[in-house]
Design a protein around this ligand. Sequence first.
Ligand code: GLC
Length: 745
Amino acid sequence: MNSVRLPAALGLLAGELLAQSGMSVEDRVTALLSRMTLDEKIGQMSQSTSIRTPLSEQFKAEIRAGRWGSFLNAGSVTDRAEAQRIAMKESRLGIPLLFARDVIHGYKTIFPIPLGQAASWNPELIEEAARQAAREATAEGIRWTFAPMLDIARDPRWGRVAESLGEDPFLAGTLGAAMVRGFQGRSLADPDSLAACAKHFAGYGAAEAGRDYNSVWLPEILLREVYFPPFHAARLAGVASFMTAFNALNGVPATGNRFLLRDILRGEWNYDGVVVSDYEAVPEMVRHGYARDDRDAATKALTAGVDMEMVSTSYVDRLKQLVESGSIGMNLIDAAVRNILRLKFRLGLFDQTIAPREVSPGPASLAIAERAAMESAVLLKNEGELLPLSGSVRTVAVIGPLADSRLDQVGTWSMDAVADAVQTPLAALRNRMGTGRVLYAPGLRNSRDRTTDGFPAAVEAARRADIVLLFLGEEQILSGEARSRAFLDLPGAQAALVDAIHQAGKPMVAVLMAGRPLTFHDVAAQARAVLYAWHPGAMGGPAISKLLFGDAAPSGRLPITFPRTVGQVPIYYSELRTGRPASEKELGIPLGNPEQPAGYTSKYIDVDFTPEYPFGFGLTYSRFEYSPVRLSAPVLRAAQPITASAEIVNRGARDGVETVQLYFHHVAASVAQPVRKLAGFQRVLLKPGESRRVSFQISSDDLAFYDQSRRRVTEPGRVQVWIAPDAARGSMAEFTVQSVTEPVE
Ligand code: GLC
C-alpha cells in the first residue's frame, strides 16, 4: 500500500522539520519511510555509475523522480553538486544522494597499496593515511568508499592480493579496523567522515587456483578461524557497510548467500549497516547457475539481505512486480530501505550544507605518503651492510623499467592520483645527488618488455658507476582486479637484464615495486641488497632514496609469505603440522638411491619446502637480540591471564624499530591447530645498546578456537608461545591451560 503522496514542497518541509525536530535517527527513518512510494523505495536500493557530463535532461528527471539512491564514479565535483541539488530541492521527498568511490589507498594523494601499508604493521599510520584520504574525498562530495578490502589472501597469483592486508587474520583485522576508524573519523555525521565498506564478504581471497572470481570452497571452521575475523573486527570498529563478494562460497554466490548475510552478519554479529552488492553481482547469479533469471536473482539477493544493487538494474526492473504479485513481501523492501536511510541520516546528508570543492595533494598529505612508503618497505637482504649507501658513493647507475614510471609506482586503484604529485625514484635520486651523478638507463621499455636492445646502454651505465640501483617489478596493469598471474617471476626480460648488469661487476641493490610477492631468487642472489617497496604510492621516490641513503631505516615486516616458486602456492605460515612434517631444509631424495626411507615427509623433491621469506620477516639497519621468553606463571587459569615477555636489545649502531611478534601453538587440541598463530605485536624503537622488556598479556580468550561442533572454546593442554622477529624464528616457552572455558563474546 503506497503512502499518502505529499507534494514536493510539503515533503521537503517535512524533511527539514524532521531535521530540526531533534528526532532520533531511527524515528527519522521511520517517519520518512512511511511517506515513500514503492518506486521511491526501490530507487533508494539502486546505485548507478551512469552520471555523464553534462547531466542530461532525462537523467535530471530520473533524479527528480527518486530513481537512484546512490552513484558510483559519478563524474566531476560539479556533476555531483548539481545532481545533489536536484535530489534535495526538486524531488518529492528531498532524499539526498550518496556518492561512492573506490578510495582504496588514497584519493588525490596516493599511499602505498594496502598490502604495502600492511607491511608497516603500524595501525596508527594506516589510520592517519585513511583519515587523509577521507578528508580529500569528502571535500569533493564523496561520502562512501569501498574499502577496506579484508579478504585474507594466501595466493599471490590472485591480482587482488595487492588490495589485501595479507595472509593473517589477526594482522588484517587489527589494520583493517584502523582503516575503518581512519575513513570514518570521530563520527559519521562529521562532514569529512567517509563511510567505509568491509569487502568482499566472504572468502574471495581463496579463489581456486588464484584465478579471480573463481569458486571458493571453505569449510565453516576455516571461515570462522581465518576469513571472518577481519570482517568481524571491522564490524566491531563500526564499519558503515559491507559488500558481497563475486565468488560462490561452497556453491552459493555470496550475493545470494543467506548463511553469510542473514545468519552471520545480521544474526550473530547483529549488524544494522548497509549491504551493497558488488558490481553487477546480482544478475551474475544467473551465470553462476544459481538464479534462473534476473527476477530470481533479484529475489535471491533481497531475500539473502542485499540492501542496494550496484550498477545492474535487477531491483529496479523486477522488484515492483515481485511485490505487487505477492512474490516478495514489502517487509523485505522496507528493511533494505531502512538500512540505507539510516546510513544517510547517520552521515548527516539530510542536513549537509557544505558545497563540494576541488582538492589537490599538499605538503601535509605528501608527508604522510612519504612516511607510509618508508614504513612499508621491507629490507630482505643487506649483504655486508651495503646499505645505507655511504657518502663515498659518487655515481650511481639507475637501471630498470620501474625507476621512472609515475603511473606504475602508484599501483592499482589510483584513478584519482594527481600525476604531478608523484615522485619517482629517479627524480628523487637526481634531486638528492645532482643529475650528473645519476646515470639512468631503463634497459627495458616496461616491465613486460622482452627485447634486449636497451641492455648495452644499461651495462655501460653500470660500468661507469660506483653502484647499481635496480628498479624492478610489475607495472600497475599487472596488479589488481582480474589481474591473476599463473607465474610469479619478474615479467619480461628483467631477470636477463640483471644477469647482463651483473657482468659489469659493480655492487647491485635491487628495489622491487610490485602488487604481490614475486619470485626472484636469482636476482636476490646476485644483488648485495634487496628492498621490497611494493607499489609505494606518490612519494615512493623520496621514501626509497631516504632509505637507501640512511636518512631513515627500513622497518617493514612481511604481511604475507614469499614463496620460492609458484609451485609452492598456497603457502602460509599458520599451516597445520601434518603427520609427516619435513625437517628444516630437508631437500629431496639423494640421487642414485631409489628408495630413501627417510624421504617420506611433507616436502618437495625439487625445491626447499620452506618459503623464500617468511611471514613477519624484515631486516633493519640495526641488529636485535631476543632473550628467552619469560612466563609469569606455568599455568593459565580461566580468570588469570599470564604474561609472556622477552628482553629485546639493539646490538646495532643505529636507532631501529623492531616489530616484536607474539605467536602461540596448541600442542594437542580437539581440532589440530596451526604450527603458529599470531596473537599480538608491538613496534619498539630502540637506540644503539638500548634494551627493553616487551610484555604480552595472554588470556584464556586469546587462545580460543572453534572445536568440531563449531563452539569457540579454550581447551586444557600444553601451549607453546614465541616472542619472535618473524614466523620462522624466536625462542619458545611452554605453559599449560588448566580448564575449558568459553570466551565471553
Ligand atoms: C569492483 C570490485 C569492488 C569495487 C567495485 C566498484 O568490481 O570488485 O571491489 O569496489 O567493483 O568499483
